[in-house]
Design a protein around this ligand. Sequence first.
Ligand code: HEC
Length: 141
Amino acid sequence: MWNRIILWGTLALAAVAFVFAVWVRAWPDVEMGKRLAENNCGICHDLTATRHNNKGPFLWEVVNRPAGSVSFSYSEAFLAVAREKPFVWDAAHLERFITDPSAYIPKTRMAQRDASHPLAFEGIESATNRRDLIAYLSTLK
Ligand code: HEC
């Protein structure tokens, strides 16, 4: 009798804990996104209202900004895509770009190393991390 109560009680508690964990992770974690952005994007992109260009263009107000629209020397590969099919950086475009930049815009300088820029960005693998990152980017305004 008691064995059963303990067994079912434990299972019920585990189920509640699981549902709670899923529920919490259903919302983006902006603080986590900030850390991810500082660690993964901050080496090449200014994330502040100072709007400095670094290896990449500044990312202040990037969400809903037309691609290739700030005063920065974009690569030819990037401009070709942005001119041929102009688009704005909404969540869907950001999601695809940061999953794998060179699959989205072949030869983009973001994913390339060269003598003056030894750093390259290969993408964020985790969908949860991408979601948190994009939620943080939308606060940069
Ligand atoms: C190794 C350096 C580097 C890293 C790391 C990097 N980027 Fe970039 N990013 C660039 C460069 C360079 C460009 C310009 C692309 C081109 O000209 O081909 C760029 C362009 C962009 C653009 C286009 C902006 C515009 O004005 O149209 C977005 C959006 C972007 N990066 C987001 C990110 C995000 C988000 C991260 C982090 C998850 C990130 N980048 C990490 C170098 C980097």
